[in-house]
Design a protein around this ligand. Sequence first.
Ligand SMILES: Nc1ncnc2c1ncn2[C@@H]1O[C@H](COP(=O)(O)OP(=O)(O)OP(=O)(O)O)[C@@H](O)[C@H]1O
Ligand SMILES: O=C(O)c1ccc[n+]([C@@H]2O[C@H](COP(=O)([O-])O)[C@@H](O)[C@H]2O)c1
Length: 191
Amino acid sequence: MGGAFDPIHTGHLLAAEAARDQYELEEVWFMPSHQPPHKAKAGVSGEQRLEMVKAAIQSNPAFQPLDIELRRGGISYTVDTMKQLLAEHPAYEFYFIIGADMVNYLPKWEGIDELVQMITFIGLQRPGSMLELDSLPEFIQDGVVLAEMPLVDISSSLIRSRLRQGKSIRYLVPDAVYDLMIRSGAYGIHP
Ligand SMILES: Nc1ncnc2c1ncn2[C@@H]1O[C@H](COP(=O)(O)OP(=O)(O)OP(=O)(O)O)[C@@H](O)[C@H]1O
Ligand SMILES: O=C(O)c1ccc[n+]([C@@H]2O[C@H](COP(=O)([O-])O)[C@@H](O)[C@H]2O)c1
């Protein structure tokens, strides 16, 4: 599962767990992007986003952090990441977990025709972006399976916006992430 994770939140964790459970995945690897392909670079450093990911998933042995995109630098095209991961783990079968907003965007992904040969996407419903598989080209539809999760109207932008307004974000992120956000000072929250 790739993302900016600026910051990681409960919606990410529920999506990952739904995909793991429904597709019997052995592990879910959380990969913070360096520079996302289609949105502005995160406001906080890659290191800080990775630390928050680690804090969020530490209690789940099936969830692992992966800094492959942060180490590579540049724009985090998934096709490049998957080529690297498949070369390192030729025996593994890879899935890529994405929310509905990203599923609808797949035709615009770099090297999508190559990417659908390498992995299967697991798409999850997300409020505000209904999954429209039928409107995608058939070769992409064939590369996407769906998983169910309770609709969770949480996004990293919602969290950042609430912080700007001085509103609470407790329980929108796991406690361990909340504590780290306070300790690191990364998002300007004070106890
Ligand atoms: N609440 C959610 N439900 C389902 N999928 C989600 C949810 N939040 C994020 N995702 C998915 O997780 C992946 C990584 O998301 P990302 O780190 O960009 O978070 P985001 O909340 O979408 O961020 P932002 O609001 O800054 O755009 C994407 O595929 C996204 O669609
Ligand atoms: O490779 C691409 O062209 C591409 C385009 C959009 C998104 N992605 C990946 O999809 C994941 C979620 O994207 P985002 O923008 O919601 O953080 C993240 O790992 C991105 O690198 C990848």
